[in-house]
Design a protein around this ligand. Structure first.
Ligand code: FIX
Ligand code: ZN
Length: 422
């Protein structure tokens, strides 16, 4: 059906985007059979580390005293400070409201006890089904860290995610803290030496292959500091050179780099204590140019890196750019970087992921982003329609499916997961 005018365009785009099923390619969620490492419910929503950072700006509670509170007491404090004593206008606060609204609660009552009663009384399996339906997310990629004691035990016990959940092998401790991780590898039966050698490289690859076999990950991922350099004579540089790149090429499993995080600049805040920095693009440019047969999935944490990253995407087809990561995930920046990406790269990117740490967040993370993506697509289609180019509803459905699921599945080599709504 050819779109006749802007009014019809707006209606079709908003309807298509709202209905499009999403593959959420980076989250910190888990299949419900993984147990209580899957976070959900009102207290988890309110104690999300984004809100911990924000409450510290209003409350003068000593950070250690905050951590000594129960999860529910922390949530009460955050609710009082960020929602009652001050209007909840930040993106993370608004996200809580959008989530509670999406779950059918009456925000005019501000009755936290009632919200807890309504949401927390269910079970995680039912909540996963409900939230995925509400958010139109039908596939969730997890973050799976074999160095995390709780998660490692779950996998070694033979637990596997259900078909809606997919693994991503997360290797930050291996790449960013090998000095400590090599002792763990030895304890697990991988004979890595004190000094780097071919033998150590083989054993690190064997460790990775074992977890690839166990997890069947869609990609291997690491977060990296703004100072990330490559090539580099360092533990990280050697492991990337001798292990990750050859294994990624051999298996076809992409290497995901999340670049620009300065960990724990305020250690007392825990996950809320991470900061960002502008990274030098030389390392990524080198990796892309020297390893054209490797596939790289990249997101960056500094606003200032977004234009460079998008232009690099024009130079290298083995780079898939994804998401508005963390401090980028605010409407003003999502709008700017998504428009820039479509203007420079057309529809060849994965515009968003949720990074959800709490299951229920899928409701707000995707509602907020879909609204912005719809606005942008309406403008972009209208711009080409003004030249006389005709756009059809079928093409809008095709393009939206590519942005919200198929570009990712194709890039990770899973044509079987490419789907278009009829
Ligand atoms: O490295 C990451 O996966 C980051 O997304 C997290 O460490 C971060 O805490 C987060 O959840 C940001 O949204
Ligand atoms: Zn993340």
């Amino acid at each position: 059906m050819t779109i006749a005018n802007k009014q019809e365009l707006e209606a079709v785009v908003r309807d298509v985007v709202a209905k499009q099923k999403i593959t959420d390619m980076h989250t910190h969620l888990y299949s419900p059979n993984f147990g209580d490492i899957l976070l959900w419910g009102v207290d988890e929503l309110l104690t999300y580390h984004y809100l911990v950072a924000e409450v510290m700006r209003f409350s003068d509670i000593p950070i250690d005293d905050f951590w000594a509170l129960s999860k529910s007491e922390q949530a009460d404090l955050i609710w009082k400070e960020l929602f009652i004593k001050h209007s909840p206008v930040s993106e993370a606060c608004r996200g809580v409201l959008t989530t509670l609204q999406g779950l059918g609660l009456d925000l005019s009552t501000r009755d936290l006890a009632q919200y807890r009663e309504a949401i927390d009384s269910g079970d995680s399996f039912a909540q996963v089904k409900r939230v995925m339906e509400l958010s139109s997310v039908d596939h969730i990629v997890m973050t799976n860290d074999p160095f995390d004691d709780r998660e490692r035990k779950i996998w070694l016990d033979g637990t596997r995610p259900d078909e809606r959940f997919h693994a991503a092998l997360r290797i930050d401790p291996l790449l960013n803290d090998y000095a400590n991780s090599k002792q763990l590898l030895r304890e697990w039966g991988y004979a890595v030496g004190e000094q780097w050698s071919d033998g150590s490289a083989q054993e690190v690859k064997r460790f990775l292959k074992d977890w690839i076999e166990r997890m069947k990950p869609l990609y291997m991922a690491v977060s990296l500091p703004p100072s990330f350099a490559y090539p580099e004579e360092s533990d990280r540089g050697r492991i990337i050179r001798d292990c990750i790149l050859p294994l990624s090429k051999e298996t076809g499993i992409p290497f995901a780099l999340m670049i620009g995080v300065k960990k724990r600049v305020n250690p007392g805040l825990g996950d809320a204590g991470d900061y960002l920095g502008k990274a030098d693009m030389d390392a990524l440019e080198y990796l892309l140019a020297q390893h054209p047969e490797n596939k790289f999935i990249v997101t960056m944490l500094s606003r200032e890196n977004q234009h460079e990253l998008a232009v690099l995407g024009r130079k290298f087809r083995n780079l898939m750019i994804f998401g508005c990561w963390w401090f980028m995930n605010n409407p003003i920046i999502i709008n700017e970087m998504t428009r820039m990406r479509l203007e420079l790269l057309g529809l060849s990117v994965v515009p968003q992921h949720s990074d959800a740490r709490v299951l229920d967040q899928l409701v707000y993370k995707w509602k907020h982003s879909k609204e912005i993506i719809s606005d942008i697509l309406i403008d972009k289609y209208n711009d080409i329609m003004r030249t006389g180019w005709q756009v059809t509803a079928e093409e809008i459905r095709r393009d939206t499916a590519d942005l919200l699921r198929n570009n990712f599945w194709r890039f990770v080599g899973r044509e079987d997961m490419v789907e278009y709504e009829e």
